[in-house]
Design a protein around this ligand. Structure first.
Ligand code: AMP
Ligand code: MG
Length: 417
Protein backbone atom coordinates (compact mmCIF):
# COMPACT_ATOMS: atom_id res chain seq x y z
CA UNK A 1 0.00 0.00 0.00
CA UNK A 2 1.10 3.56 -0.67
CA UNK A 3 -0.09 6.63 1.17
CA UNK A 4 -2.84 8.85 -0.11
CA UNK A 5 -0.39 11.76 -0.37
CA UNK A 6 2.07 9.73 -2.43
CA UNK A 7 -0.64 8.59 -4.83
CA UNK A 8 -1.89 12.13 -5.28
CA UNK A 9 1.50 13.62 -5.91
CA UNK A 10 2.26 10.80 -8.36
CA UNK A 11 -0.76 11.95 -10.36
CA UNK A 12 -0.54 15.71 -9.92
CA UNK A 13 3.19 16.01 -10.54
CA UNK A 14 2.67 14.71 -14.07
CA UNK A 15 0.05 17.23 -15.09
CA UNK A 16 0.19 20.73 -16.47
CA UNK A 17 -2.45 23.10 -17.82
CA UNK A 18 -3.54 22.49 -21.42
CA UNK A 19 -2.24 24.87 -24.08
CA UNK A 20 -4.11 28.19 -23.92
CA UNK A 21 -6.37 29.54 -26.65
CA UNK A 22 -7.51 33.05 -27.60
CA UNK A 23 -11.19 33.85 -27.08
CA UNK A 24 -13.35 36.91 -27.66
CA UNK A 25 -13.98 38.58 -24.31
CA UNK A 26 -17.72 37.81 -24.37
CA UNK A 27 -16.93 34.11 -24.81
CA UNK A 28 -14.57 34.08 -21.84
CA UNK A 29 -17.25 34.06 -19.14
CA UNK A 30 -16.65 31.20 -16.73
CA UNK A 31 -13.36 30.29 -18.41
CA UNK A 32 -9.96 30.27 -16.75
CA UNK A 33 -7.51 33.01 -17.68
CA UNK A 34 -4.20 31.76 -19.05
CA UNK A 35 -2.16 34.94 -18.85
CA UNK A 36 -1.76 38.07 -16.81
CA UNK A 37 -3.63 41.24 -17.77
CA UNK A 38 -2.58 44.56 -16.25
CA UNK A 39 -4.43 47.84 -16.37
CA UNK A 40 -3.22 50.15 -19.12
CA UNK A 41 -5.59 52.95 -18.16
CA UNK A 42 -6.73 54.18 -14.78
CA UNK A 43 -10.34 53.54 -13.85
CA UNK A 44 -12.06 55.95 -13.53
CA UNK A 45 -10.02 57.62 -16.24
CA UNK A 46 -11.06 61.19 -15.39
CA UNK A 47 -12.43 62.96 -12.33
CA UNK A 48 -16.23 62.88 -12.56
CA UNK A 49 -19.41 63.33 -10.61
CA UNK A 50 -20.96 60.47 -8.64
CA UNK A 51 -24.34 62.24 -8.50
CA UNK A 52 -26.70 64.43 -10.43
CA UNK A 53 -26.30 67.80 -8.73
CA UNK A 54 -24.08 70.88 -8.68
CA UNK A 55 -20.31 71.05 -8.91
CA UNK A 56 -19.02 73.55 -6.33
CA UNK A 57 -15.96 74.62 -4.39
CA UNK A 58 -16.44 73.08 -0.95
CA UNK A 59 -14.81 76.07 0.77
CA UNK A 60 -17.50 78.35 -0.74
CA UNK A 61 -20.40 76.49 0.77
CA UNK A 62 -21.51 77.27 4.28
CA UNK A 63 -25.09 77.07 5.45
CA UNK A 64 -27.62 78.73 3.18
CA UNK A 65 -25.09 79.66 0.52
CA UNK A 66 -26.44 81.06 -2.76
CA UNK A 67 -24.33 80.28 -5.82
CA UNK A 68 -24.58 81.47 -9.43
CA UNK A 69 -24.97 78.63 -11.93
CA UNK A 70 -22.43 79.17 -14.76
CA UNK A 71 -23.17 76.21 -17.05
CA UNK A 72 -24.46 72.64 -17.29
CA UNK A 73 -22.43 69.54 -18.05
CA UNK A 74 -23.87 66.15 -18.99
CA UNK A 75 -22.24 62.73 -19.15
CA UNK A 76 -20.26 62.46 -22.36
CA UNK A 77 -19.65 66.22 -22.53
CA UNK A 78 -17.16 68.69 -21.18
CA UNK A 79 -17.73 72.32 -20.24
CA UNK A 80 -15.27 75.04 -21.05
CA UNK A 81 -16.61 77.15 -18.16
CA UNK A 82 -14.71 77.47 -14.91
CA UNK A 83 -16.36 77.35 -11.50
CA UNK A 84 -15.13 80.43 -9.64
CA UNK A 85 -15.85 81.96 -6.24
CA UNK A 86 -19.56 81.97 -5.51
CA UNK A 87 -20.33 79.81 -8.54
CA UNK A 88 -21.66 76.34 -9.28
CA UNK A 89 -22.21 74.19 -12.38
CA UNK A 90 -25.15 71.87 -12.96
CA UNK A 91 -23.64 68.40 -13.42
CA UNK A 92 -24.95 64.90 -14.19
CA UNK A 93 -23.58 61.59 -12.94
CA UNK A 94 -20.48 60.60 -14.91
CA UNK A 95 -19.82 64.07 -16.33
CA UNK A 96 -16.26 65.42 -15.93
CA UNK A 97 -15.83 67.70 -12.93
CA UNK A 98 -15.35 71.24 -14.30
CA UNK A 99 -12.20 73.23 -13.68
CA UNK A 100 -12.39 75.12 -10.41
CA UNK A 101 -14.84 72.74 -8.73
CA UNK A 102 -13.70 70.18 -6.16
CA UNK A 103 -16.98 68.71 -4.87
CA UNK A 104 -20.54 67.94 -5.89
CA UNK A 105 -23.68 68.71 -3.96
CA UNK A 106 -26.50 66.30 -4.88
CA UNK A 107 -29.55 67.73 -6.60
CA UNK A 108 -31.84 66.73 -3.71
CA UNK A 109 -29.85 68.92 -1.27
CA UNK A 110 -30.23 72.20 -3.18
CA UNK A 111 -33.01 74.62 -3.93
CA UNK A 112 -32.96 75.92 -7.48
CA UNK A 113 -33.83 79.62 -7.76
CA UNK A 114 -34.43 82.19 -10.47
CA UNK A 115 -35.26 79.64 -13.12
CA UNK A 116 -32.03 77.74 -12.64
CA UNK A 117 -29.69 80.71 -12.58
CA UNK A 118 -28.97 80.31 -8.88
CA UNK A 119 -28.90 77.48 -6.33
CA UNK A 120 -29.20 77.65 -2.59
CA UNK A 121 -27.38 74.97 -0.65
CA UNK A 122 -28.69 74.32 2.82
CA UNK A 123 -25.73 72.46 4.31
CA UNK A 124 -21.94 72.49 4.19
CA UNK A 125 -20.26 70.32 1.52
CA UNK A 126 -17.19 68.29 2.46
CA UNK A 127 -14.20 68.57 0.14
CA UNK A 128 -14.39 65.83 -2.50
CA UNK A 129 -18.01 64.94 -1.77
CA UNK A 130 -19.65 62.91 -4.54
CA UNK A 131 -16.54 63.04 -6.69
CA UNK A 132 -15.06 59.95 -8.34
CA UNK A 133 -11.29 60.06 -8.51
CA UNK A 134 -8.91 58.85 -11.20
CA UNK A 135 -7.64 55.33 -10.55
CA UNK A 136 -9.94 54.72 -7.56
CA UNK A 137 -10.90 51.30 -8.96
CA UNK A 138 -7.76 50.48 -10.97
CA UNK A 139 -4.37 52.11 -11.17
CA UNK A 140 -2.21 51.81 -14.32
CA UNK A 141 -0.08 48.68 -13.98
CA UNK A 142 -2.38 47.02 -11.47
CA UNK A 143 -3.06 43.33 -12.11
CA UNK A 144 -6.63 42.65 -13.22
CA UNK A 145 -6.25 39.00 -14.08
CA UNK A 146 -3.76 36.31 -13.14
CA UNK A 147 -3.42 32.91 -14.81
CA UNK A 148 -5.90 30.59 -13.11
CA UNK A 149 -8.51 33.27 -12.35
CA UNK A 150 -12.04 32.35 -13.36
CA UNK A 151 -13.62 35.15 -15.40
CA UNK A 152 -16.81 36.32 -13.70
CA UNK A 153 -19.16 38.99 -15.02
CA UNK A 154 -17.61 41.86 -13.02
CA UNK A 155 -14.09 40.90 -14.10
CA UNK A 156 -15.24 40.58 -17.70
CA UNK A 157 -16.78 44.05 -17.45
CA UNK A 158 -13.64 45.52 -15.91
CA UNK A 159 -11.63 44.05 -18.81
CA UNK A 160 -14.08 45.57 -21.30
CA UNK A 161 -13.60 48.89 -19.47
CA UNK A 162 -9.89 48.58 -20.22
CA UNK A 163 -10.56 48.10 -23.92
CA UNK A 164 -9.75 44.38 -23.82
CA UNK A 165 -11.64 42.56 -26.60
CA UNK A 166 -9.94 39.15 -26.54
CA UNK A 167 -8.24 37.08 -23.90
CA UNK A 168 -5.90 34.11 -23.55
CA UNK A 169 -7.86 31.42 -21.72
CA UNK A 170 -7.64 27.73 -20.93
CA UNK A 171 -9.57 25.35 -23.11
CA UNK A 172 -12.19 23.36 -21.18
CA UNK A 173 -10.77 19.82 -20.97
CA UNK A 174 -12.71 17.16 -22.89
CA UNK A 175 -12.92 14.13 -20.63
CA UNK A 176 -13.87 10.70 -21.95
CA UNK A 177 -15.62 8.22 -19.67
CA UNK A 178 -15.92 4.48 -20.18
CA UNK A 179 -17.24 1.69 -18.00
CA UNK A 180 -15.75 -1.78 -18.11
CA UNK A 181 -17.43 -5.03 -17.17
CA UNK A 182 -19.15 -7.94 -18.90
CA UNK A 183 -22.01 -7.61 -16.43
CA UNK A 184 -22.89 -4.07 -17.52
CA UNK A 185 -25.76 -2.96 -19.71
CA UNK A 186 -27.07 0.50 -20.61
CA UNK A 187 -29.75 2.12 -18.45
CA UNK A 188 -32.38 1.62 -21.15
CA UNK A 189 -31.82 -2.15 -21.38
CA UNK A 190 -33.37 -4.95 -19.29
CA UNK A 191 -30.87 -6.87 -17.20
CA UNK A 192 -30.53 -10.61 -17.86
CA UNK A 193 -29.25 -12.99 -15.18
CA UNK A 194 -26.21 -11.53 -13.41
CA UNK A 195 -26.35 -8.28 -15.37
CA UNK A 196 -26.58 -4.80 -13.88
CA UNK A 197 -27.17 -1.39 -15.32
CA UNK A 198 -24.12 0.81 -15.66
CA UNK A 199 -24.38 3.58 -13.04
CA UNK A 200 -20.75 4.71 -12.96
CA UNK A 201 -20.74 6.30 -16.38
CA UNK A 202 -23.78 8.53 -15.75
CA UNK A 203 -22.41 9.38 -12.30
CA UNK A 204 -19.02 10.41 -13.65
CA UNK A 205 -20.39 12.27 -16.65
CA UNK A 206 -22.58 14.25 -14.24
CA UNK A 207 -19.75 14.88 -11.78
CA UNK A 208 -17.58 16.10 -14.65
CA UNK A 209 -20.24 18.52 -15.82
CA UNK A 210 -20.60 19.85 -12.28
CA UNK A 211 -16.85 20.43 -12.22
CA UNK A 212 -17.03 22.45 -15.44
CA UNK A 213 -15.55 19.84 -17.79
CA UNK A 214 -16.65 18.91 -21.30
CA UNK A 215 -17.52 15.23 -21.56
CA UNK A 216 -17.41 12.42 -24.08
CA UNK A 217 -19.36 9.23 -23.39
CA UNK A 218 -17.19 6.32 -24.49
CA UNK A 219 -19.74 3.67 -23.57
CA UNK A 220 -19.34 0.25 -22.01
CA UNK A 221 -16.29 -1.84 -22.88
CA UNK A 222 -16.20 -5.58 -22.30
CA UNK A 223 -13.59 -7.25 -20.12
CA UNK A 224 -11.42 -8.06 -23.11
CA UNK A 225 -7.85 -6.90 -23.49
CA UNK A 226 -8.30 -6.27 -27.20
CA UNK A 227 -11.48 -4.25 -26.69
CA UNK A 228 -9.93 -2.21 -23.89
CA UNK A 229 -6.80 -1.55 -25.90
CA UNK A 230 -8.84 -0.36 -28.87
CA UNK A 231 -11.02 1.86 -26.66
CA UNK A 232 -8.05 3.49 -24.91
CA UNK A 233 -6.24 4.04 -28.21
CA UNK A 234 -9.28 5.71 -29.72
CA UNK A 235 -9.77 7.81 -26.60
CA UNK A 236 -6.25 9.16 -26.49
CA UNK A 237 -6.60 10.85 -29.86
CA UNK A 238 -9.94 12.47 -29.05
CA UNK A 239 -9.85 13.34 -25.34
CA UNK A 240 -7.74 15.49 -23.04
CA UNK A 241 -8.21 12.94 -20.26
CA UNK A 242 -9.83 9.53 -19.94
CA UNK A 243 -11.57 7.93 -16.97
CA UNK A 244 -12.44 4.25 -16.83
CA UNK A 245 -14.15 2.36 -14.05
CA UNK A 246 -13.69 -1.25 -13.05
CA UNK A 247 -11.00 -3.74 -13.92
CA UNK A 248 -8.25 -2.41 -11.65
CA UNK A 249 -8.39 -4.81 -8.71
CA UNK A 250 -7.35 -8.43 -8.26
CA UNK A 251 -10.09 -10.23 -10.24
CA UNK A 252 -9.27 -12.56 -13.10
CA UNK A 253 -11.09 -10.28 -15.52
CA UNK A 254 -9.50 -7.05 -14.26
CA UNK A 255 -7.71 -6.12 -17.47
CA UNK A 256 -7.74 -2.31 -17.29
CA UNK A 257 -4.58 -2.16 -15.22
CA UNK A 258 -2.94 -4.75 -17.48
CA UNK A 259 -3.79 -2.94 -20.70
CA UNK A 260 -2.83 0.52 -19.38
CA UNK A 261 0.45 -1.05 -18.21
CA UNK A 262 1.09 -2.47 -21.67
CA UNK A 263 0.13 0.69 -23.57
CA UNK A 264 1.96 3.15 -21.34
CA UNK A 265 4.70 1.08 -19.74
CA UNK A 266 6.81 4.14 -18.83
CA UNK A 267 4.18 5.91 -16.81
CA UNK A 268 1.48 3.45 -15.77
CA UNK A 269 1.23 2.67 -12.11
CA UNK A 270 -1.26 0.36 -10.46
CA UNK A 271 -1.56 1.50 -6.89
CA UNK A 272 -3.00 0.13 -3.71
CA UNK A 273 -3.74 3.40 -1.95
CA UNK A 274 -4.20 3.43 1.82
CA UNK A 275 -7.77 4.69 1.59
CA UNK A 276 -11.16 3.07 1.97
CA UNK A 277 -13.06 2.92 -0.28
CA UNK A 278 -11.07 3.34 -3.50
CA UNK A 279 -7.92 1.38 -2.69
CA UNK A 280 -7.13 0.05 -6.18
CA UNK A 281 -6.31 2.85 -8.60
CA UNK A 282 -4.35 2.87 -11.84
CA UNK A 283 -2.89 6.01 -13.35
CA UNK A 284 -1.14 6.26 -16.69
CA UNK A 285 0.02 9.12 -18.85
CA UNK A 286 0.36 8.99 -22.61
CA UNK A 287 3.34 11.19 -23.47
CA UNK A 288 2.60 11.17 -27.20
CA UNK A 289 -0.84 12.75 -26.82
CA UNK A 290 -0.44 14.30 -23.34
CA UNK A 291 -3.43 12.34 -22.10
CA UNK A 292 -3.82 11.16 -18.51
CA UNK A 293 -5.76 7.93 -17.91
CA UNK A 294 -7.50 7.35 -14.60
CA UNK A 295 -8.45 3.75 -13.89
CA UNK A 296 -10.92 3.95 -11.02
CA UNK A 297 -12.26 1.04 -9.00
CA UNK A 298 -15.63 -0.26 -10.20
CA UNK A 299 -17.71 -0.13 -7.06
CA UNK A 300 -19.84 2.99 -7.41
CA UNK A 301 -18.87 4.65 -4.12
CA UNK A 302 -15.21 3.84 -4.75
CA UNK A 303 -15.57 5.40 -8.18
CA UNK A 304 -16.89 8.66 -6.76
CA UNK A 305 -14.33 8.79 -3.97
CA UNK A 306 -11.52 8.18 -6.48
CA UNK A 307 -12.98 10.91 -8.65
CA UNK A 308 -13.03 13.39 -5.76
CA UNK A 309 -9.57 12.56 -4.43
CA UNK A 310 -7.57 12.06 -7.61
CA UNK A 311 -9.43 12.92 -10.78
CA UNK A 312 -11.14 16.20 -10.00
CA UNK A 313 -8.02 18.01 -8.74
CA UNK A 314 -6.05 16.61 -11.69
CA UNK A 315 -8.61 17.85 -14.20
CA UNK A 316 -8.77 21.27 -12.55
CA UNK A 317 -5.02 21.45 -13.00
CA UNK A 318 -5.43 20.59 -16.72
CA UNK A 319 -8.07 23.31 -16.82
CA UNK A 320 -5.48 25.78 -15.55
CA UNK A 321 -7.18 26.42 -12.21
CA UNK A 322 -5.05 27.59 -9.30
CA UNK A 323 -7.41 26.28 -6.65
CA UNK A 324 -7.75 22.60 -7.35
CA UNK A 325 -8.78 21.51 -3.87
CA UNK A 326 -12.17 21.26 -2.30
CA UNK A 327 -12.38 23.26 0.91
CA UNK A 328 -11.45 20.94 3.77
CA UNK A 329 -12.53 22.23 7.15
CA UNK A 330 -13.04 21.18 10.76
CA UNK A 331 -16.50 19.98 11.73
CA UNK A 332 -18.06 18.77 14.94
CA UNK A 333 -19.52 15.27 14.90
CA UNK A 334 -23.16 14.93 15.94
CA UNK A 335 -22.86 11.13 15.80
CA UNK A 336 -20.26 8.50 16.48
CA UNK A 337 -17.80 7.63 13.74
CA UNK A 338 -17.12 3.93 14.06
CA UNK A 339 -14.08 2.45 12.35
CA UNK A 340 -11.29 0.05 13.08
CA UNK A 341 -7.54 0.45 12.71
CA UNK A 342 -6.42 -0.84 9.30
CA UNK A 343 -3.68 1.51 8.15
CA UNK A 344 -6.06 3.43 5.86
CA UNK A 345 -7.78 6.78 5.78
CA UNK A 346 -11.52 6.17 5.66
CA UNK A 347 -13.63 8.45 3.49
CA UNK A 348 -17.15 8.70 4.81
CA UNK A 349 -19.92 10.68 3.16
CA UNK A 350 -22.05 12.83 5.42
CA UNK A 351 -24.36 15.76 5.69
CA UNK A 352 -22.99 18.88 7.31
CA UNK A 353 -24.73 22.09 8.25
CA UNK A 354 -23.62 25.43 9.65
CA UNK A 355 -25.24 25.98 13.04
CA UNK A 356 -26.29 29.39 14.32
CA UNK A 357 -23.01 29.83 16.19
CA UNK A 358 -21.12 29.47 12.88
CA UNK A 359 -19.75 26.02 13.74
CA UNK A 360 -20.17 23.34 11.07
CA UNK A 361 -21.62 20.08 12.32
CA UNK A 362 -21.62 16.69 10.64
CA UNK A 363 -25.22 15.89 11.42
CA UNK A 364 -25.31 12.52 9.80
CA UNK A 365 -22.98 9.94 8.26
CA UNK A 366 -24.12 7.82 5.34
CA UNK A 367 -24.33 4.06 5.65
CA UNK A 368 -21.05 2.59 4.45
CA UNK A 369 -20.50 0.06 1.70
CA UNK A 370 -18.73 0.66 -1.60
CA UNK A 371 -21.81 -0.65 -3.46
CA UNK A 372 -24.32 1.60 -1.62
CA UNK A 373 -24.61 4.42 -4.14
CA UNK A 374 -28.02 5.74 -3.10
CA UNK A 375 -26.81 5.87 0.51
CA UNK A 376 -24.45 8.73 -0.43
CA UNK A 377 -26.89 10.58 -2.65
CA UNK A 378 -27.27 14.18 -1.45
CA UNK A 379 -24.33 13.97 0.93
CA UNK A 380 -22.51 17.30 1.00
CA UNK A 381 -19.26 16.39 2.71
CA UNK A 382 -16.64 13.66 2.80
CA UNK A 383 -15.19 13.05 6.25
CA UNK A 384 -11.50 12.11 6.25
CA UNK A 385 -11.18 9.69 9.14
CA UNK A 386 -7.49 9.06 9.81
CA UNK A 387 -6.35 5.57 10.77
CA UNK A 388 -7.40 4.82 14.33
CA UNK A 389 -10.32 3.82 16.44
CA UNK A 390 -12.79 6.37 15.11
CA UNK A 391 -14.35 9.29 16.90
CA UNK A 392 -17.36 10.04 19.04
CA UNK A 393 -20.09 12.67 19.29
CA UNK A 394 -18.60 16.11 19.97
CA UNK A 395 -15.20 15.26 18.47
CA UNK A 396 -13.80 17.43 15.71
CA UNK A 397 -13.08 15.85 12.33
CA UNK A 398 -11.76 17.16 9.03
CA UNK A 399 -14.09 16.95 6.07
CA UNK A 400 -14.09 17.99 2.46
CA UNK A 401 -17.07 20.11 1.46
CA UNK A 402 -18.55 18.56 -1.68
CA UNK A 403 -21.50 20.88 -2.15
CA UNK A 404 -21.68 24.09 -0.22
CA UNK A 405 -24.90 25.27 -1.84
CA UNK A 406 -26.95 23.49 0.81
CA UNK A 407 -24.78 24.07 3.85
CA UNK A 408 -27.48 26.09 5.57
CA UNK A 409 -30.56 24.30 4.36
CA UNK A 410 -30.45 20.54 4.50
CA UNK A 411 -33.91 19.20 5.09
CA UNK A 412 -34.78 16.00 6.86
CA UNK A 413 -35.86 14.31 3.64
CA UNK A 414 -32.64 15.19 1.86
CA UNK A 415 -30.41 13.39 4.30
CA UNK A 416 -28.50 10.29 3.29
CA UNK A 417 -29.74 7.21 5.04
P1 AMP B 1 -14.55 -4.32 -10.60
O1 AMP B 1 -13.75 -3.18 -10.07
O2 AMP B 1 -14.59 -4.33 -12.10
O3 AMP B 1 -14.12 -5.61 -10.01
O4 AMP B 1 -16.03 -4.08 -10.12
C1 AMP B 1 -16.32 -4.04 -8.74
C2 AMP B 1 -17.80 -4.00 -8.50
O5 AMP B 1 -18.35 -2.82 -9.03
C3 AMP B 1 -18.57 -5.14 -9.12
O6 AMP B 1 -19.62 -5.50 -8.26
C4 AMP B 1 -19.12 -4.52 -10.38
O7 AMP B 1 -20.27 -5.15 -10.86
C5 AMP B 1 -19.42 -3.12 -9.93
N1 AMP B 1 -19.35 -2.20 -11.06
C6 AMP B 1 -18.31 -2.12 -11.91
N2 AMP B 1 -18.57 -1.21 -12.86
C7 AMP B 1 -19.80 -0.70 -12.59
C8 AMP B 1 -20.61 0.25 -13.22
N3 AMP B 1 -20.18 0.90 -14.31
N4 AMP B 1 -21.80 0.54 -12.69
C9 AMP B 1 -22.22 -0.11 -11.59
N5 AMP B 1 -21.50 -1.04 -10.94
C10 AMP B 1 -20.29 -1.35 -11.43
MG1 MG C 1 -15.22 -5.49 -13.57
Amino acid sequence: MISFDEARSFVLSRLEPLAPVERALAEAIGLVAASTVTATEPAPSFVNSAMDGFAVRASDVTSATRLRVVDSVFAGETSAAVVGDGEAMRIMTGAPLPVGADSVCPREDVIVEADGQYVRIGRPVALGDCVRHVGEDLRVGETLVRPGDVIDPALLGALAGQGVTALSVQRVPLVGVLSTGNELIDAAARPGPGQIRDSNRPTLLAALRQSGMATLDLGIVRDSKADLRAAFERARSTCDAVISTGGVSAGDADFVKVVLGELFAESARSMQVAIRPGKPFTFAYDESSNTPFFGLAGNPVSTLVGFELFVRPALLRLAGRRDIERATVSMVLDCDLVRERDGKIHLIHGVCRIHDDGVIHVERLARRGSHLLFAIARANCLVLAPDGDGATIGDTVRAMILDDSQLNAITESARPR
